[in-house]
Ligand binder design. Sequence first.
Ligand code: TYD
Length: 142
Amino acid sequence: MQVVKYVFQPHGDERGQLVALEEYIDIPFEIKRVYFMYDTKDGVIRGHHAHKSLEQILICIHGSCKVRLDNGKEKKVIPLEKPYEGLYVSNSMWREMFDFSSDAVLMVLASELYEESDYIRDYDEFLEYVKNCGDTESAEEV
Ligand code: TYD
């Protein structure tokens, strides 16, 4: 399974750092939605779902967490601990986010508005879905 992690350009000077993200330039899709998770309790695992169409970039802009990606054949755990790194999560990818530090802020840039019908929340259904659509190898390693 190929994992795509973007390393964004920090604009640093003596005042500190700044990262700017523009759709179709730094982010490979139109950004239609932004959400973030914070104050995540110890031991919590979030996610447990895949999307039929949605693409996302996950950025841990403060603290750290881990993301488990699963394309139905293979699983990989990717640590996120830098505010200038973004993990690309394609459609048809089961994801779980865990090991949140108490100060973690996980920001998600999403290609679509919130749409419950785009979710696959049952793991067996996900396995059946990827077996039938065969679209799990679309990401490229960078
Ligand atoms: P949930 O899907 O459980 O988050 P995750 O699976 O990533 O841990 O979402 C938690 C709640 O927030 C749920 O009631 C739906 C709501 N929600 C929105 O209203 N808009 C959104 O964009 C997202 C991601 C969630």
